[in-house]
Design a protein around this ligand. Sequence first.
Ligand SMILES: C=CC1=C(C)c2cc3[nH]c(cc4nc(cc5[nH]c(cc1n2)c(C)c5CCC(=O)O)C(CCC(=O)O)=C4C)c(C)c3C=C
Ligand SMILES: [Fe+2]
Ligand SMILES: [Fe+2]
Length: 340
Amino acid sequence: MTQNALLLVNLGSPASTRVEDVRRYLDQFLMDPYVIDLPWPIRRLLVSLVLRKRPEESAHAYASIWWDDGSPLVVLSRRLQEAVRPFWSHGPVELGMRYGEPSIEGALLRLSQQGITQVTFAPLYPQFADSTTTTAIEEARRVMREHGLKLELKVLPPFYAEPEYRQALVDSVKPYLEQPYDHLLLSFHGLPESHIRKLVKDKSHDLTASSSRGVHEDVMAVCYRSQCLRTAEDFAAGAGLEDGRWSVSFQSRLGRNKWIEPYTEAQLDKLGKQGVKRLLVMCPAFVADCIETLEEIGQRGNEQFRAAGGEELVLVPCLNDQELWARALAKLCERTPAAI
Ligand SMILES: C=CC1=C(C)c2cc3[nH]c(cc4nc(cc5[nH]c(cc1n2)c(C)c5CCC(=O)O)C(CCC(=O)O)=C4C)c(C)c3C=C
Ligand SMILES: [Fe+2]
Ligand SMILES: [Fe+2]
C-alpha cells in the first residue's frame, strides 16, 4: 500500500540564545517577503535597521524561557510529533520548521529518500496568513522544485473553524475555567493591516469590527482578523463563557505600521484599570508555547497587568503535545482534501 507521510510544520526558533544565532534567525525570518512584504532593497534596509538592536533584546528574551533541551516551540513540536504517531497509521510522521532546524527541506528529502510519494503537509497555524501558511507552502514548493522531488503534497487548510480543533481547545482550557477568574483574554499574534487589505477584495471590509458575524465567506477565507474573532466566538460558545467576561486582542506588533487592533498591551492596561484582578490569558494563534506566549504574555504581560492594578495573570498553556490535541490533529489531517 502507498504510504502517506504526515509532515507537521511550524515557524521555528533560533539555534541557541546566542546573539549571533538569534540574528541569523531574525534575518532569515524578516527577509522573507511574505513576512515583510516590501521590495527587496527597502526590506533589506529596514531589516538591517531592526537587526541593530533586536537580536540582543530577543536573545535576552529567549534566554529567559529557554529549556535544557532547546527552544520551547521546537521541543513542544517534537513532542507533538511523538504524540501524533500512534494516531497516524498511514506512514511516517515528520517535523519541519519554516526557519531554522529541523527544516522543511530536510524533512521532505528524508521522506523522498524513503520512497514516500504522498505527503500530508500540515502547517500548524489555526488561522490563515501569508506570513505563516503561504510561506510554509511556498518553501515546500521550492524544495520540491530545486531537488526535483516527485511528491504529491496535500495541504491541511487553516483549521480555526473545525469542530475537532474547537473541542480540543475547549477541553484543554476547561480546568482553568473551573477556577475563579474575572476575565478571559484571547490574545492572538498580530499582523500589519496591510497584509489583510492586500488579500481582501471588499474594500469596505471593517478591520475594527468587534465580531465576525456577517463577514462574507470570500472575506472570511483570507481575513486573518475575522478568523481570529471567529475562533474566539466559537470557543466562547463551546466553553459556555458569559458575554462581557472575555475579549480578544492582538500582540507582538513590530515597527511603526498599523497592525490589527486592539493591541494586547492596551487591553492588559485597560483590564487592570477596570478592576479585573484575576485574568486568564490564552493564545489561540499558537498551537505550541513559544517566546510569544511564555515571555511576551507570561512575563512582560504579567508585569504590565499588575502595574495597571491587576493581581494575577494566569497564562493558559497552548495545546502543545496533549493527547486530545494529537488525536484531533490526526483526524483533521486524515480529512485533508486537495493536493497542490
Ligand atoms: C513583520 C513581522 C512579523 C509578522 C508579520 C509575524 C506574523 C506571525 N508570526 C506568527 C507566529 C510566531 N511568531 C513568532 C516570533 C516572532 N514573530 C516576529 C515577527 C512577525 N511575526 C518576530 C520578530 C519574532 C521573533 C521573536 C521576537 O524577536 O520577538 C513565534 C515564536 C518563535 C519562537 O521561537 O518561539 C511564533 C510562533 C504568526 C502566527 C503570525 C501571523 C499571523
Ligand atoms: Fe511572529
Ligand atoms: Fe513578540
